[in-house]
Ligand binder design. Structure first.
Ligand code: CA
Length: 225
C-alpha cells in the first residue's frame, strides 16, 4: 500500500532531496517548511510517518511533537537534528518521537528507519503477498507470476501493491489516484486506466486466469482466480 509521509524541514535543499528520494522509493510526500505549516499538516493530513526536523522556524520540532501527541496524533515520528547530544535524544524520545536521526544522515538509513517504523506499526504484515500464482515481495518490490519475474515501473508496482492489499475488493479510480499521487494531482486524468492497461499486459497477458478485472462504472478488482 502506498505510504504517505509528511516531511517537516525548513532547509529547502535538503527537503527537496529527501522528498525526491522518498518519492523514488514510492512514498507519497507532503512537505512543510516551518513548524506552523507542519503542525497543520500533522494534525489534518493522513500520514503513516512524520519526518520532523527539530530546529524549525515559527514552532520548533519538539514543541510541535508535544502538541500533536497531546492532541492524540499517534503517527510515528522520526526526528531529524543536527544535535546529537544524549540529552536531546532523551528529550525527543520522551516527547513522543519514535526514532531519531542525526544530520548528516545516509538516505538509505532514513529509508531503513521508515520501513522499521512501518513494520512496528503493523501496516506491513507480511513481506510476500500471494494472489493465485502471483507473488509480490513488498520488501524487495519484486513481482513474480508462475515463478517468472515481472519487471514493473514504480507507479505500476504501487498500483499493483495497493490492489493486492485490497484484494477481492473493488477499488475505485479515485481511491487509486488518492493513494498514488499527492493532492496536487489532476484526478480527472485517465492516467490510472493507462497504468492498469500496462499492468494487465505484464501480469495477465498470456495467462488463462486473469487477476485484474474491470468492474464497469466502479473501478478495478484484483481477484484470486
Ligand atoms: Ca532546520
Amino acid at each position: 500500500m502506498l505510504m504517505r509521509i509528511i516531511l517537516i524541514e525548513d532547509e529547502k535543499q535538503l527537503a527537496r532531496i529527501v522528498k525526491k528520494g522518498l518519492e523514488e522509493a514510492s512514498y507519497s510526500v507532503d512537505v512543510a517548511y516551518n513548524g506552523e505549516e507542519g503542525l497543520y499538516m500533522a494534525e489534518h493530513f493522513p500520514a503513516d510517518v512524520i519526518i520532523l526536523d527539530i530546529m524549525l522556524p515559527v514552532i520548533d520540532g519538539l514543541s510541535l511533537l508535544s502538541i500533536i501527541r497531546k492532541k492524540g496524533v499517534k503517527t510515528p515520528v522520526i526526528l531529524l537534528t543536527a544535535k546529537d547530544t544524549i540529552s536531546d535524544k532523551i528529550k525527543g524520545l520522551d516527547t513522543g518521537a519514535d526514532d531519531y536521526l542525526t544530520k548528516p544522515f545516509e538516505f538509505n538509513e532514513l529509508l531503513a528507519r521508515i520501513r522499521s517504523l512501518l513494520r512496528r506499526k503493523g501496516d506491513i504484515k507480511e513481506a510476500v503477498i500471494r494472489i493465485g500464482d502471483m507473488e509480490i515481495n513488498t520488501a524487495s518490490r519484486e513481482v513474480k507470476r508462475a515463478g517468472r519475474a515481472i519487471p514493473l515501473s514504480t507507479k505500476e508496482y504501487t498500483i499493483l501493491e495497493y490492489l493486492s492489499y485490497k484484494k477481492n475488493t473493488v477499488v475505485t479510480r479515485t481511491d487509486l489516484t488518492e493513494h498514488i499521487y499527492d493532492e496536487s494531482f489532476d484526478t480527472d486524468s485517465n492516467i490510472i486506466d493507462v497504468y492498469i492497461n500496462y499492468l494487465r499486459n505484464k501480469i495477465d497477458s498470456g495467462f488463462k486466469n486473469k487477476l485484474i478485472h474491470t468492474i464497469r462504472g466502479a473501478g478495478y478488482i484484483l481477484k484470486e482466480p
